[in-house]
Design a binder for this molecule. Structure first.
Ligand code: SF4
Length: 180
């Protein structure tokens, strides 16, 4: 498996301190793969790596996914990586799912105000106030305190996910208004 993740058998005799960050990630992936998994949960697997190394690790994960038929649940704040790697994207705000969509639909036409803000922020437009800690989650819609489209009704309860397109779901009372 060390060979399969691009390290080679000889590294098995090295000490942990002798490995770079990217090599450590490869070892972590090899360890997970040794269990012959159906699913690997990757929690920010490239966030601490140089940009040049990030691409190598993402491509390694894609190769393993294809060759071994495993599913990847990839958790990241890096939208460029999410866009490159994902088929389906789930957007979470303060612990609540606010939008689920196929990758291309989400990046072409996001609906939830938080998703729109995230994508705009990735293009250099500020998202506004900072995200509060989960302990300060507001009543009603979880995004209410920061939402430019909020109405009184938004204070009643967290909206349920509703279908707005093929495999596309949004938790916003005004989803239909925002799409028109
Ligand atoms: S439910 Fe209301 S506050 Fe929440 S995202 Fe939609 S418009 Fe904004």
């Amino acid at each position: 498996m060390l060979e399969r993740v691009g390290l080679g058998k000889a590294v098995a005799r090295r000490y942990p301190r002798e490995f770079s960050g990217g090599q450590c990630q490869r070892i972590g992936i090899a360890r997970a793969m040794m269990l012959n998994p159906q699913l690997i949960v990757c929690d920010e697997p490239v966030s601490s790596l140089d940009v040049s190394i990030q691409g190598q690790i993402v491509n390694l994960l894609l190769d393993l996914q294809r060759d071994f038929g495993i599913a990847l649940l990839f958790i990241s704040h890096n939208l460029a990586v999410v866009r490159h790697l994902s088929r389906r994207v789930l957007v979470i705000y303060l612990g609540r799912l606010v939008e689920i969509a196929p990758r291309d639909a989400l990046f072409a036409a996001p609906v939830h105000p938080y998703t729109r803000g995230l994508l705009a922020a990735a293009s250099g437009v500020a998202l506004g106030e900072a995200e509060p800690p989960p302990s300060e989650r507001p009543s009603g819609c979880v995004f209410r305190a920061r939402c430019p489209h909020r109405q009184d009704l938004c204070a009643v309860a967290q909206p349920a996910l509703q279908a707005v397109g093929p495999e596309h779901f949004v938790a916003c009372r005004r989803a239909r208004d925002l799409m028109s």
